[in-house]
Design a binder for this molecule. Structure first.
Ligand code: MOS
Length: 734
């Protein structure tokens, strides 16, 4: 099915199942431990062997020699994979550094060997006996000290332009009556998903079976095939459950490739699980950024000139953390620039993480907007509304839907924004200074083709099959709701099967494009099934309806089971997007935060959070809320805790566990709320839903930072906003 624009279809308007706050259909299985994640499937593999990765101990240079003799002599060791023994391997499409190094080393903890043994303990002990001799070169690992090496990359993630220009920024900024010119920095961050990367690989007559933990089944299948030089049909990928990814499981990682190479070497299934300590430097992270924001405005608060420049680094100069992208979407200004600049460095490779680009860019831009509002003596909400626009600020074309202003109006009302004092440091309760902060969020709505197969069984039940993943987001549930709604079934009459590469290729889970596109694909498949059913039972399609497990014509009703009585009815289709209009599609949010800052220790507690989201039709308010409040927790982490600390001499991240890399826990979160405008976007798909998961994070760190300023009068521009930075500037104790 092809979607070319708004279409009349009232099948979905009732929302009997879709749009309802259904519990997760996989919730009970997860809570009772019946769900098997990749590493848990060991019991299903015959004669499983265990692999442990040896990571490089330098950031850059050469592996001069690798002595495997002691490891290989250990009883129980079955073999060791190295670049020498693995044979030729191509580079994958999505990875930047190679997943098995040697002799060249591109980053610290890049895999140099996989030791395979009959138990994990033996494999780990033997891995410690592998002796590597390196010839190390000095790494580039300090972004601030490397800005003179920055270049404009060929492109930025998502396909946007590196630069955008409108009018004459330099002149307009120089003449601006009221101006701001500040620099902000954000640290590297680790995805820190709960389930580490893990794979079990088995080779058989028809190729490789890979049980893994991924967000993108088809990407992994194709890239594994490419790296190993196989036909994609000879690689089967299975990832029915994924314990979080946050971007770091969009591509093949070392666990998958080395499990495959190890299994080929020893002729047995091999399991490779990345220990947490390896994950920080071996896999990908969100790049640190430095950002300069310049704003010039009239005294009435109209922005005249808006400039946002961002710098980040990556191994092999591969990927920009495009922080100067969201500025193009939010506020009007007749004169503007945005620039994304990339430094080649020798830290571990960067990748997409939790709303890449928008998260980091808004961490700077939305503090700058708060600072500018103060200079203008304007309320920060009013300043944003003054410069809001229904037209894309750079292209001048409309958005399919844009209700940012309403998000702010509703949020200000619900949050009690009018109680905020414009002068910071005015409100004290006990040992805490209290402050309120706000920020805007924006995140794109990306349209991706997505396919599904539906099976109507002889008993009238339905099964949906698609290679879509559920990374903790609720895909199983919203897909079941979509199919139940379309076919007139109850939720418990629909079974959803996900994450198998034998199933039709979906959009996968990334970039908050999973929910909108995967359900659109299921819609298309169900439409095709409806047509097949009508043909079988001989009802004219014009008047037919699907209700209560029946198909109803004008004069007759037929149970769905009867349509499948002659044998299971199997139909496959998907959604493709035609040349939609020139409208931009985005999701928008207003974020509100209240913090309390301890007057003595400068510890920040986030007391209340509210997100008001404009993200099209909401498929399931319960799972959507779960996505958004979870994202807001990530915002707390980004604002207050999360920081990869590079050793700039040796080129690696020093903190590589959850003692050294702090993330929020339940005790850090007090009160969260999410409001959805829930207005269908008819340009998004026939379902009219858009993604919402990553939107929940966008703007949150700046809102927290702005609340800290409102509480204390201390303006921090360097994330995370830890007590040591705050303490030095806190007001004196009374
Ligand atoms: Mo997301 S960071 O695109 O998985």
């Amino acid at each position: 099915m092809r979607f070319d624009g708004p279409q009349e279809d009232d099948t979905l308007s009732a929302g009997r199942v879709l749009g309802q706050p259904a519990d997760r259909v996989d919730g009970t299985a997860k809570l009772t431990g019946q769900v098997r994640y990749a590493a848990d499937r060991a019991g299903q593999a015959q004669n499983l062997a265990e692999g442990v990765i040896v990571g490089a101990a330098i950031a850059k240079g050469r592996l001069v020699s690798i002595d495997l003799s002691a490891a290989q002599a250990m009883p129980g060791v079955l073999g060791v994979v190295t670049a020498d023994s693995a044979g030729p391997l191509a580079k994958g499409q999505f990875n930047n550094a190679r997943l098995l190094a040697g002799p060249e080393i591109e980053h610290y903890h890049q895999a140099v060997a996989l030791v395979i043994a009959d138990s994990p303990e033996t494999a780990r002990a033997a891995a410690n006996l592998v002796k590597c001799v390196y010839d190390a070169a000095p790494p580039v690992a300090d972004l601030a000290a490397s800005l003179d090496r920055a270049v404009a990359p060929a492109s930025v993630p998502g396909g946007g332009a590196t630069d955008s220009d409108l009018g004459d920024f330099d002149t307009a900024f120089a003449r601006g009556p009221i101006r701001l010119d500040e620099t902000y920095s954000t640290p590297g961050q680790s995805p820190a998903m709960m389930e580490p990367h893990a794979s079990i690989a088995t080779w058989g007559e028809d190729g490789l079976d890979l049980w893994t933990s991924t967000q993108m089944v088809a990407w992994v299948r194709n890239d594994m095939a490419r790296i190993l030089g196989l036909e994609p049909a000879r690689v089967r990928v299975s990832s029915p459950f994924t314990g979080g990814g946050f971007g770091a499981k969009t591509s093949v990682r070392a666990d998958a490739l080395l499990a495959a190479l190890g299994a080929r070497l020893v002729g047995r299934p091999v399991r490779v699980v990345l220990p947490r300590a390896l994950l920080f430097n071996n896999t990908q992270h969100r790049a640190a950024t430095i950002q300069r924001v310049r704003i010039a405005a009239d005294p009435d608060g109209t922005i005249l000139a808006l400039g946002h420049e961002a710098w980040s680094g990556d191994t092999n100069g591969a990927r920009m953390e495009a922080a100067a992208l969201p500025v193009r979407l939010l506020y009007s200004a007749p004169h503007r620039i945005s620039r994304n600049r990339l430094v080649t460095h020798d830290l571990p490779e960067c990748g997409p993480m939790r709303a890449p680009g928008e998260t980091t860019g808004l961490m700077a831009l939305e503090i700058a907007m708060d600072e500018m509002a103060e200079q203008l003596s304007m309320d920060p909400v009013q300043f944003r509304l003054r410069n809001d626009s229904q037209l894309h600020p750079v292209t001048g074309r409309p958005f399919s839907a844009r209700q940012l202003a309403r998000c702010f109006e509703i949020g200000a009302e619900r949050f009690g924004w009018s109680a905020r004092s414009a002068t910071p440091g005015q409100r004290r309760e006990g040992d805490q200074l209290i402050g309120l902060g706000t920020a805007a969020g924006v995140r794109g709505n990306t349209l991706m083709p997505s396919k599904a197969r539906v099976r109507l069984h002889e008993d009238g039940r339905l099964t949906v099959e698609t290679d879509m993943t559920d990374i903790g987001t609720g895909s199983y549930t919203i897909i079941a709701q979509t199919a139940a709604e379309m076919m007139g079934l109850d939720l418990d009459q629909v079974t959803v099967r996900l994450g198998e590469s034998d199933f039709p290729v979906s959009c996968g889970s990334a970039g908050q494009f999973g929910a909108g596109n995967s359900t659109a694909g299921v819609y298309a498949a169900c439409k095709a099934l409806q047509a097949a059913i009508l043909q079988r039972v001989g009802i004219n399609s014009k008047e037919a309806r699907f209700e209560n497990g029946q198909v109803l014509g004008t004069a007759i009703s037929v149970p769905l089971a009867r349509a499948a009585a002659g044998g299971e009815l199997v139909v496959e289709d998907g959604m493709e997007y035609g040349q939609l209009s020139e409208l931009h599609q985005c999701t928008f949010a207003a974020q509100f935060v209240e913090v309390g800052v301890d007057v003595v220790t400068a510890e920040v507690r986030v007391r209340r959070m509210l997100a008001v989201c404009d993200a099209g039709r909401i498929l399931n308010p319960k799972t959507a809320r779960s996505q958004v409040i979870g994202s807001m927790v990530m915002g707390v982490g980004a604002a207050l805790m999360e920081e990869l600390v590079p050793d700039t001499n040796r080129g690696f991240f020093l903190n590589h566990d959850f003692a050294g890399y702090e993330i929020p826990v339940c005790a850090d979160i007090f009160q969260q709320d999410a409001i959805f405008l829930n207005e269908p976007d008819e340009m998004a798909s026939p379902i009219r839903a858009k993604g919402v998961g990553e939107l929940g994070l966008c703007g949150v760190p700046a809102a927290i930072s702005n609340a800290i300023y409102n509480a204390t009068g201390v303006r921090l521009r360097d994330y995370p906003m830890t007590p040591d930075k705050l303490l030095a500037a806190m007001p004196p104790l009374p």
